[in-house]
Design a protein around this ligand. Structure first.
Ligand SMILES: [Zn+2]
Length: 267
């Protein structure tokens, strides 16, 4: 096993971004179990509660968001089985953001739902977040932060519980969710693909980034303490991806979102 991991790492240094991502996902899956990811997600959720995160209680909004996620979650399940997908709406109209935690918990701020023009934009964002989980970005961050040798030695050694402790130590700093530029761009590709397959215009993410860019906002969207790719770079990459894959779904779903926006507290 140890040799397998090393061979994978050596191979990873001389291959394309897609191949490297695939290799890193295989390594991460071998070292961090679904159960360990779920435990980490639970810890983050407890941490959010101690920080007085206000969750929106309105069932209409919760059901609406769950309905949107359910339009794309079958694709995520096909890409990665064994994830217990859960959704939460955070009551904070001033924050335009969303994030995912290990194990499949997706958090959406009401500020994002209010800022979106249509459902295609929200679906694009949700697809981006599912993509972080599907592509095992947290586990890959853990390996990147602590070194493959350290994580592999623990995971393959006598005390696999040490991996959980190691990861827990990084949660406080947000380190295992502080995805790098490449991971953010990779998550964008999931957002566009999942949107398109669900029948929604994959340009939803593009128009959302264009809106942020026009406002001159720092692209903190869809990140959790991440190193951000610029909005311009994300827009260019997404447009190229949409053309290359001939994505042509058109649904925008404006009316459904407008009805829900009316039910969201504005302050
Ligand atoms: Zn992201």
């Amino acid at each position: 096993m140890r040799h397998l991991v090393c061979a994978l790492v050596v191979a990873a240094s001389a291959c394309t971004a897609v191949q490297r991502s695939t290799t890193e996902q295989v390594v991460a899956a071998a070292l961090i179990s679904d159960k360990q990811e779920m435990d980490l997600g639970f810890q983050v959720h407890e941490d959010l509660k101690t920080k007085n995160t206000k969750f929106l209680e309105n069932p209409d909004v919760g059901i609406y968001v769950e309905g949107l996620v359910n339009k794309i979650v079958p694709q995520a399940k096909a890409d990665r089985a064994g994830v217990n997908w859960q959704y939460f709406v955070i009551d904070d109209p001033k924050t335009v953001n969303a994030f995912a935690t290990p194990g499949g918990r997706i958090y959406v701020y009401t500020g994002l739902l209010l800022a979106a023009e249509n459902e295609a934009e929200v679906i694009g964002v949700l697809g981006h977040e599912l993509g972080h989980v599907v592509a095992r970005h947290s586990a890959r961050q853990l390996v990147a932060a602590k070194g493959l040798e350290t994580v592999a030695a623990m995971a393959l050694g006598q005390k696999p519980s040490e991996v959980g402790q190691l990861a827990a130590g990084l949660i406080g700093q947000g380190a295992i969710m502080a995805y790098g530029r490449d991971m953010e761009l990779e998550a964008d590709t999931y957002g566009a693909k999942y949107s398109n397959t669900a029948g929604y215009d994959p340009r939803g993410l593009v128009t959302f980034f264009e809106k942020l860019k026009a406002k001159g906002e720092v692209p903190e969207l869809l990140t959790f303490l991440s190193t951000h790719p610029s909005n311009t770079e994300r827009i260019e990459k997404l447009n190229a991806l949409i053309v290359a894959n001939a994505y042509n779904s058109k649904e925008l779903g404006g009316a459904g979102l407008k009805a829900i926006q009316a039910k969201i507290p504005k302050k």
